[in-house]
Design a binder for this molecule. Structure first.
Ligand code: TRP
Length: 333
């Protein structure tokens, strides 16, 4: 299935519990549509999740759930390689070598490190600091051409490119230069309560987000409570962040553009509009949820897919790792 003519794409997502509507529209949904045009690898980044304190039983459950949800959204294990990061030891092995080629000063400038160490002041661990070296290993092991990432991960991708460049100059051309992949359809979804902030499930206000596993009643309730404004007109604009966010969601799921949406709801209040947005989310998630439950219950199938994914990923990763070990001077017998 490795196709020389196709560019390779790789992305990862942390298993931190059910994905949000924002994860779906901004990232995950695009992954399945990319798999026909690209040689694609998708990874559940369980090792990255360990940089903040995890409950072991929950992490294990979340990891399986994340993989099941990716399959439910249409990632096809015949077309893509789907795997769990910790199942491929080469990730941690390469990350050590890359750590030794990454400067303390560069890592200290990472905004995510600064944010997360402020948020988890009682656990500013070395893994949180060297997180970008592990992410660089994820990408460089497979010589990915393109990496779909959100804005918050751009700096880490830039760091990956710097490390690759420095390694290539110091030793000899080894790593491909990965580029960020900005999807045409992947919109950024904001909080339903504070539309100037990104939708996040760590939001203390549960009304700010919708999870992919939420039932229809919950979804409807969340949208009914969504913050809008007082002029009652469905129109997009910087002065109307709440309504614009709802239009973005509705547009992404129905394929309608802003002009069409404005027309559709002309002369109608926010009530009708909010119900329509909620319905578009419910219609999207209902079949995915059914598939998700089915896959989660079929442990044998899911574990089989993951074992095969790990095997295929390892074959590619091992080859890169051996090359790197040799170049840096590690003795091979
Ligand atoms: N750090 C990414 C995030 O939290 C997840 C991730 C891990 C990733 N490894 C990756 C994304 C490699 C892209 C490529 O969102």
């Amino acid at each position: 299935m490795e196709n020389e003519a196709k560019k390779r794409i790789l992305s990862g997502i942390q298993p931190t519990g059910s994905f949000t509507l924002g994860n779906y529209i901004g990232a995950v949904r695009n992954w399945s549509s990319l798999q026909t045009d690209f040689d694609s690898l998708y990874m559940v980044a369980d090792l990255h999740a360990l940089t903040v304190r995890q409950n072991p039983a929950e992490l294990r459950r979340h990891t399986r759930e994340a993989a099941a949800m990716l399959l439910a959204t249409g990632i096809d294990p015949q077309q893509s390689i789907l795997f769990i990061q910790s199942h491929v030891p080469a990730h941690t092995q390469l990350s050590w070598i890359l750590s030794c080629n990454t400067q303390f000063g560069d890592l200290s400038r990472m905004t995510q490190f600064k944010d997360k160490s402020a948020k988890h002041a009682d656990n500013v661990n070395a893994g949180l600091f060297t997180y970008p070296a592990l992410m660089a290993a994820d990408i460089l092991l497979y010589n990915a051409d393109l990496v779909p990432v959100g804005a918050d991960q751009k700096q880490h991708l830039e760091m990956t490119r710097n490390v690759a460049q420095r390694f290539n100059n110091l030793y000899s051309p080894t790593f491909n230069m990965p580029e960020p992949y900005i999807s045409k359809t992947g919109a950024k979804v904001m909080s339903l309560q504070e539309p100037d902030k990104k939708m996040s499930k760590s939001d203390t206000n549960v009304n700010g987000f919708v999870l992919m596993t939420d039932d229809a009643d919950t979804i409807l309730r969340r949208f009914k409570r969504a913050v809008t404004d007082s002029d009652g007109i469905v129109r997009a604009g910087d002065d109307k962040p709440g309504v614009t966010n709802l239009m973005t969601i509705y547009g992404s799921l129905t394929g309608k553009d802003f002009a069409a949406i404005e027309k559709e709801f002309e002369g109608q209040g926010y009530g009708t509009f909010k119900e329509a947005v909620a319905q578009s989310v419910i219609d999207t998630f209902t079949p995915i949820q059914a598939e998700y439950s089915r896959i989660l219950e079929d442990k044998e199938y899911l574990d089989g897919v993951l074992a095969e994914g790990a095997q295929k990923a390892s074959r590619i990763a091992e080859r890169t790792l051996r090359k790197v070990y040799k170049k840096v001077g590690l003795l091979q017998l």
